[in-house]
Design a binder for this molecule. Structure first.
Ligand SMILES: [Fe+2]
Ligand SMILES: [Fe+2]
Length: 267
């Protein structure tokens, strides 16, 4: 029987995009059919072994050209940026399940299902980009998305606090406003893709919240205090900037007290 962690290693250590997508979908199917073993295989390899494709080129965020949606090529540039976020999200889901061991089976099921959804998001956007005469890799991409993963490679509560509960949660804050802009442009295809992604992302953040508080409690730590502490330690500036989508973040497992804290800007 194939082993989940060996498949994770194949996905993380090899760059080709289409193989990664196919492997991700197959792995999720096979896990549901009881066809994958969760036995600890080889020791966990260092995060520096993770490989990304040569294209797109990764640039520091300040060097990534910003274009308005209404500018020529603006919609394609926007979806190229989203394709990159979804592509890195496939890695992030595989990496959390690969790197952190000894958790209940449900943990591995959750993150493999999320990897599968991220692969679907990427495919939806890649097809949309194709209709806009753009391929993933044609434009440079935001090079900072993997930094949080590298920084938290040895700390599961920090990974959960920073990736689902900061990075993906930020998507919940900004996507409704982006959808509103596409509504003004009357771009129904873009709207339906973004609606679909947003609905799934609420679930990803919710799983992040669920596992974050479970792991904190197991370690005898109070989750809300731990969230503040980890952000102070790992998040540049100490905490993300709003405005926050309270309604969706509550569904995704944030408490009112956490949102009140996030909304209070540090002096
Ligand atoms: Fe996604
Ligand atoms: Fe996600």
């Amino acid at each position: 029987m194939d082993n989940l962690f060996e498949l994770a290693e194949t996905c993380l250590h090899n760059a080709p995009v289409d193989e990664k997508l196919a492997l991700t979908h197959q792995a999720w199917q096979r896990l549901q059919n009881g066809e994958l073993s969760l036995d600890q295989g080889k020791p966990v390899a260092a995060i520096t072994q993770v490989r990304f494709p040569e294209k797109p080129e990764w640039l520091a965020p300040r060097f990534v050209p910003k274009r308005k949606l209404t500018a020529p090529g603006g919609v394609a540039a926007f979806f190229h940026a989203i394709a990159h976020i979804e592509f890195v999200a496939i890695y992030l889901a595989w990496d959390i399940l690969y790197r952190f061991r000894g958790l209940p089976d449900e943990f591995y099921q959750d993150w493999l299902r999320i990897a599968d959804e991220e692969a679907q998001h990427f495919e939806l956007i890649r097809a949309h980009l194709q209709a806009l005469d753009t391929a993933y890799g044609d434009l440079p991409a935001h090079g900072g998305l993997w930094d949080l993963a590298s920084m938290t490679a040895n700390n599961l509560p920090a990974r959960l606090a920073l990736v689902p509960r900061c990075m993906e949660a930020h998507g919940l804050d900004v996507t409704p406003g982006i959808i509103a802009r596409f509504k003004k442009l009357g771009d129904t295809v873009s709207i339906s893709i973004l609606d679909r992604i947003l609905a799934d992302e609420i679930g990803h953040v919710e799983r992040g919240s669920y596992w974050f508080s479970k792991v904190c409690r197991q370690q005898g730590r109070e989750p809300e205090a731990e969230y503040r502490r980890l952000l102070a330690q790992y998040y540049q500036g100490g905490k993300p900037k709003g405005p926050f989508n309270r309604e969706m973040r509550i569904i995704a497992g944030f408490s009112n007290a956490e949102l009140d804290w996030l909304e209070t800007q540090s002096p």
